[in-house]
Design a protein around this ligand. Structure first.
Ligand code: FES
Length: 243
């Protein structure tokens, strides 16, 4: 049997912690325990999940205070006498373990993580450097773990957040894109990479070991290089960026 302490909240009521005890083995995933609780003990418990294979990102929550995917975390990795489950921080709680991710998605949109292609973009040369960068950032499943681990996103909602800066950087270095200037202005603007206070909460938060802080640092150095004329923005973007 495993004891769990789970954060409960219903709009209009005070939040509280509720204790559960559920049958469990060391290899059970935390998500399995949640499903067991919902099916056999308490059907009012609310949480998100979909793929059950660490791909959709919807089951991210604080497990013993750390952002993790419930479907990727085995009980033996976190088991103590009691395992605590709470919603991700930095976002408003809608119900129990479910948070309102709208600020997260809105900030991502501000970084324009899509290509604005020119009519002749099919002639652009895509180097292995570009594809390496794309591949390493595409491992991000947008689960918001890094966003929740960052103290700046909760304190300052206008801050883009590590996920948005990283996704914007990915497109910034795609030679088919024509919106580099606009995009860099956002990524290196007042709500962008310079806003990071260096708490580095995002380091180690990603379930797929993507390191957003690395790309945040690149936005800082590259924006300075462009600003002081060390490199032309078009050349920088064509280069493909470093993964
Ligand atoms: Fe999809 Fe966990 S259910 S990542």
């Amino acid at each position: 049997m495993q004891k769990l302490k789970i954060f409960r909240y219903l709009p209009g009521q005070d939040p509280y912690w509720k204790d559960y005890e559920v049958e469990a083995g060391p290899d059970d995933m935390v998500l399995t325990l949640l499903n067991r609780i919902r099916e056999t003990i308490d059907s009012t418990l609310a949480y998100r999940f979909s793929c059950r294979s660490a791909v959709c990102g919807s089951c991210a929550m604080l497990i013993n205070g750390k952002p993790r995917l419930a479907c990727q975390t085995r009980l033996r990795e976190v088991a103590g006498e009691v395992v605590t489950l709470a919603p991700l921080t930095g976002m408003k709680v809608i119900k129990d373990l479910i948070v309102d991710m709208e600020p997260y998605w809105n900030n991502l949109k501000r970084a324009m993580p899509w290509l604005e292609e020119a009519p002749d973009s099919k002639d652009a040369v895509i180097t292995s450097k570009t594809t390496d960068l794309q591949e390493s950032i595409c491992a991000c499943i947008l689960c918001a773990s890094c966003y929740a681990a960052c103290p700046e996103t909760g304190a300052q909602r206008s801050y883009l957040g590590p996920h948005a800066i990283m996704e914007g950087y990915r497109i910034l270095h795609d030679p088919r894109d024509t919106a580099a200037k606009k995009r860099l202005d956002v990524l290196a603007g007042p709500d962008g990479a310079w806003h990071c206070d260096g708490a580095f909460g995002c380091i180690g938060a990603c379930p797929w070991d993507v390191s957003p802080v690395k790309y945040l640092a690149k936005v800082r150095t590259e924006s300075m290089a462009v600003r002081f004329g060390k490199v032309k923005l078009e050349e920088l973007c064509k280069e493909g960026g470093d993964k």
